[in-house]
Ligand binder design. Structure first.
Ligand SMILES: [Zn+2]
Ligand SMILES: [Zn+2]
Length: 292
């Protein structure tokens, strides 16, 4: 059965004293609809990626719009439920920049995919990826600057040390748009005057411009690992059994012979040419013995 995965967020003030009530209500709603995924609530709004049957997702969208008003949902597909569990959590920030005082309003220098491509073609721009390395390693916009972040919280410091001129047109993007909401404001706070964000992120871009400027696949935070330009689950990547990064290196386990896909970094580590942490452990002992 085909499962719909939908990603959404909205910056909308939610009264702190109501958060626990909303949490319980959404939690119960997802349980009754047999959904999987994670939704984060905070005083600044709501952010989530959830999955379920088409019918369940329709009901969920109505529920979220009752709470938050109009919300943009970015759908993709999965062959099976890509989340093992269902959570609704309360956090200080719904996307963690480490600066709760940066408060987006959801309408700030957003540009739709078509305008994005036009600006890249016709204007002098820097394209900036605000995601982490395990994401940028498997797909980016052609020509994008990759800050090589290990986590989004490193972004403010990276901006402080980057050499992009302050008046330059900066076009930034992330998976579904939420990180750019804060990244954009943070760059402005540091003196950048012309920062734009890709509205709806890569997921919306792929939907509207499948033959556009995106190269590679888009990392997603569930068991599909990544989606291709058709927004269908990746055929290329599996989660590396050793480190959890996307892996596309086919290898036959040097311990048990099973086929596995591991990541490029682990490939260079002899005991990780294996299908699981367990086999890596055994292989390690075999290698140590043969070294003696
Ligand atoms: Zn790995
Ligand atoms: Zn094995």
């Amino acid at each position: 059965m085909s499962i719909i995965v939908t990603a959404f967020y909205k910056f909308v003030p939610l009264a702190k004293e109501n958060l626990e009530v909303i949490q319980k209500d959404l939690m119960a709603c997802g349980v009754s609809l047999e959904m999987g995924g994670l939704t984060i609530l905070g005083a600044e709004g709501i952010n989530g990626t959830v999955a379920g049957s088409a019918k369940a997702i329709d009901a969920w969208k109505k529920k979220i719009e009752e709470l938050a008003g109009e919300v943009v949902f970015k759908d993709s597909e999965s062959d099976s439920q890509p989340f093992k569990r269902w959570f609704v959590k309360i956090r200080k920030e719904i996307v963690s920049l480490g600066k709760p005082d940066v408060l987006p309003n959801g309408k700030h220098h957003h540009i739709p995919p078509e305008e994005w491509d036009r600006m890249i073609d016709e204007e002098d721009v820097v394209i900036l990826d605000t995601r982490n390395t395990y994401e940028t390693d498997i797909g980016v916009f052609e020509g994008a600057l990759d800050p090589r972040l290990q986590s989004f919280q490193e972004f403010p410091e990276w901006v402080a040390n980057c050499e992009i001129p302050k008046e330059k047109n900066v076009l930034m993007y992330c998976t579904g748009g939420i990180r750019c909401e804060k990244a954009c404001l943070e760059m402005e706070r540091q003196g950048y005057q012309n920062v734009y964000q890709l509205d709806g992120g890569i997921l919306r871009y792929m939907k509207e411009r499948p033959e556009g400027k995106w190269q590679g696949e888009c990392f997603v935070f569930d068991h599909r690992v990544a989606v291709g330009k058709d927004l269908k689950p990746s055929q290329l990547y599996h989660l590396c059994p050793h480190c959890g990064d996307p892996g596309d290196v086919k290898t036959s386990c040097k311990y048990c012979g099973e086929m596995a896909r591991i990541c490029k970094r682990c490939k260079s580590n002899p005991n990780r040419e294996s299908c699981s942490k367990n086999c890596a452990h055994h292989l390690d002992r075999v290698l140590q013995k043969s070294a003696v």
